[in-house]
Design a protein around this ligand. Sequence first.
Ligand code: NFS
Length: 635
Amino acid sequence: MSDKEKSADQVTNKMMDIACKNDIETAFDRYDAMEPECGFGQLGVCCKNCVMGPCRIDPFGEGPEKGICGANADTIAARNLVRMVAAGAAAHSDHGRDIAHTLLMTSQGKTKGYEIKGKEKLLSLAKELNVKTDSRKIEDIAHDVAEKCFAEFGQQHGELQFTRRAPKKRQEIWRKYKFMPRGVDREIVEIMHRTHIGVDNDYVNILQQGIRASLGDGWGGSMIATDLSDVLFGMPTPIRSVSNLGVLKEDEVNIIVHGHEPTLSDIIVTASQDKELLELAKQKGAKGINLAGICCTANEILMRHGIAVAGNFLQQELAIITGSVDLMLVDVQCIMPALGKLATCYHTKVISTSPKAKFPGVEHIEFSEEDALPIAKRIVKMAIENYPNRKKEIVNIPKDKMDLVAGFTAEYVYHMLGGKYRSTYRPLNDAIISGRLRGAVGIVGCNNPKVKHDWAHLELTKALLKKDVLVVTTGCSALASAKAGLLIPEAAKQYAGKGLQEICEAVGCPPVLHMGSCVDISRILMVLCNVLLEGGLGDDISDLPVAAAAPEWMSEKAVSIGFYAVSSGVYTVLGIPFPILGGKEITDFITDKMENVVGAKFGFEPDPLKAADLIVKHLDKKRAALKLKPVMYGE
Ligand code: NFS
């Protein structure tokens, strides 16, 4: 690794130096080796949907202008893009389905180790889904709620239940343009059909289906994942913890959970507190069992149990390179296949657990809900037994770690602002109306070696805080903020504008609110709905002075999220453009004309400070349209 400053996070830079000295390759090196990346792919004008090709359009007009079937650049780019939506929506939604499955099995007494912890949430969901609750056992209610949620996936006609949570006006837009998702799976399948050779070739029509499937994610699969996780694992409330690789311990058994579904990680939390296993750890010379998370699974167990965060997406290899990880267990999504080979250079055991995700060179222990706790204990035991194999001479745990507060939810905002006696969003709305707050922005998404690690997240976040913008965050962006010390109340003084500072001080909250994993972006949608219901800020999401950004995104899930955010009325700025720039019309549609249809559009802006300017301008435009007072402090 030649360039020392690959990351805005010094812990990451230090670990990369160590990797370099030991000739250990990481994603950063593989990215360098990949350059120059394929220009046709980047522009979205390469098509391999049939084997007459692969075809590629010359964006400079010197080569072919059409594929062999006659598809032009816009058609090809649109087909490729909505296939990304399909994959992203499928990933989130399958996650939601798995949680529904676990809830169903738990309600039938068929699981070992789970219980229904979020009874209040279950009852409110039951009411919403027309499930009877009077004098019924909690398990029976859970059973019916799980079945109702299951049905959302396979539903063939009608409208997804949770789309009713959206403002009326938004629902009307979705109906008018046939964006309303009928069933989660159905919309994903229809993308695959339409993008098959010789089916849908009109880029606008193709995007329409992309929008519909993405809404099935945001207001369907992801929302189900979040809500049922709250039912099963309990409602998060703000909780303190620590982040970055410094959370790994020299004298304890270090276990890292990496992936996404709390079904696995939550039970590992229970297993790691088992008395017999703790005793065994001591027998092996360790002082205890230290659990830490990476990627979104980190967010899940952080916000419910206060489990420390080891790092975000681009730190997964670095965790192993500390030489101190006795076992890393993974389930699904955002797990690099490189981990298997990397682990052979250390004593680390990597264990895959999902039947859906196996990795070359990685031992597989299949996880099942029926035997969740025994399997979890078995894995924790393996970690303990591996502890004596740790090669002390190559252990390099960076010292640095950072405090954080995580675990805000749409429900908690009522409590946080309303206080003990009156649960309400009123103070939040009033803060926006009075101009103490300019607005709110969701900063979310991944790391991508195309961007200096964490840098764009942090620059954008800080620039917005200064302008009195409340930032809510999820996913790897939340973890970037955590490591940089933005998730503590004290950060308000250092980074926030005067108005935001006043609010944070009065409420005692950080200026950046951690709202969970990427499926939990559904929580942000619910905050927006609640703000509208509270009144005084218009009657549709697109009226609100809010925006979203994914400055370092890389995954297909992020494409689906972007699509449902914009289609829900939220202006969304991406730090890396969609791979569509080879299609002029589709690019123009997505970054401009789409606003005439859904009331919001995408912006592509790699410079985080310019992105902040675009967002501030947007918030001010929305404030002016609502005839709100100018912001109280500053321009
Ligand atoms: Ni989101 Fe989570 Fe991170 Fe990106 Fe991956 S962990 S679901 S996709 S990389 S934010």
